[in-house]
Design a binder for this molecule. Structure first.
Ligand SMILES: [Zn+2]
Length: 260
């Protein structure tokens, strides 16, 4: 009888803890990070209480203007471009046209040449958004110059890598030997020239997001990259692809966790 009573007390205790946790979850700050299905390209919409921001815009025909309208996005704090290739920066003109039409307000556009390692964005506070790469005064261009940003709440993190290649992943690990990430935007649409073993083994992503166009002519994502992710990720159902899954939305509760 006594042990039954103890069990009951323990059960009530557990319920109370759960109720408290779920109660506080509602008041917790949330971020929504959505990899938009823009075809062969990249655009990630980050929505917080204070700000909507974009990491890349997708190719010229991405349809991102309609996507933002459908989501009720009327203000963009920041458009951060990873590099100047058209599959990432190609819809900037369409967004600027929206701004001209009064359909959206764009606070600022950050070009790759205007930001470097050590810079931070205050858009998502209390989350920190830190630029890891490239370093100031670099002379790289194209994919190699992709602005890499780590968004973190101290418990979980999301790494945005643009089209970063294996050689620059190595440079990042030299600068950040203890780098880990919870969610990884897989570099260069899952190309085999990115996502080196060393980089994946060190960063230990739990969620991998790949932006690639359906039946794209580049063969992205490459089977070798998928094979590596299948070995590295603890749960392979967390390999997510816009070409097969469409828009990929991650919900992130500050200090608690992130999930699809
Ligand atoms: Zn690209």
């Amino acid at each position: 009888m006594k042990s039954l009573l103890n069990q009951l007390i323990r059960a009530i205790g557990a319920l109370t803890i759960f109720a408290c946790t779920s109660g506080s979850l509602e008041s917790q700050e949330k971020l929504h990070v959505e990899m938009l299905d823009v075809g062969q390209g990249l655009a990630i919409l980050i929505r917080s209480k204070n700000c909507n921001s974009l990491y890349d815009t997708g190719p010229p025909d991405s349809g991102i203007d309609t996507m933002l309208k459908n989501r009720g996005v009327k203000t963009l704090c920041t458009i951060l471009l990873s590099h100047d290739h058209s599959d990432h920066a190609g819809s900037l003109a369409a967004l600027e046209q929206m701004a001209k039409n009064g359909e959206i307000y764009i606070n600022r556009v950050i070009l790759p040449s205007e930001i470097a390692r050590g810079d931070t964005l205050a858009d998502f506070l209390p989350w920190t958004a830190r630029i890891l790469f490239p370093v100031q005064g670099h002379s790289m261009a194209g994919n190699a110059s992709s602005v890499t940003m780590r968004l973190s709440d101290g418990l979980n993190s999301f790494l945005f890598t643009g089209d970063l290649e294996a050689e620059q992943e190595k440079s990042i690990l030299e600068l950040e030997p203890l780098l880990t990430v919870t969610a990884l935007q897989v570099g260069h649409h899952g190309s085999k020239t990115s996502s080196s073993w060393d980089f994946l083994a060190q960063t230990q992503p739990k969620i991998a997001l790949i932006s690639a166009g359906k039946n794209n002519s580049y063969g992205h994502p490459h089977p070798e990259t998928l094979a590596k992710l299948n070995l590295i990720l603890p749960d392979t159902t967390q390999i997510l692809r816009t070409d097969t899954d469409g828009n990929i939305k991650i919900e992130w509760v500050y200090g608690v966790g992130m999930w699809k």
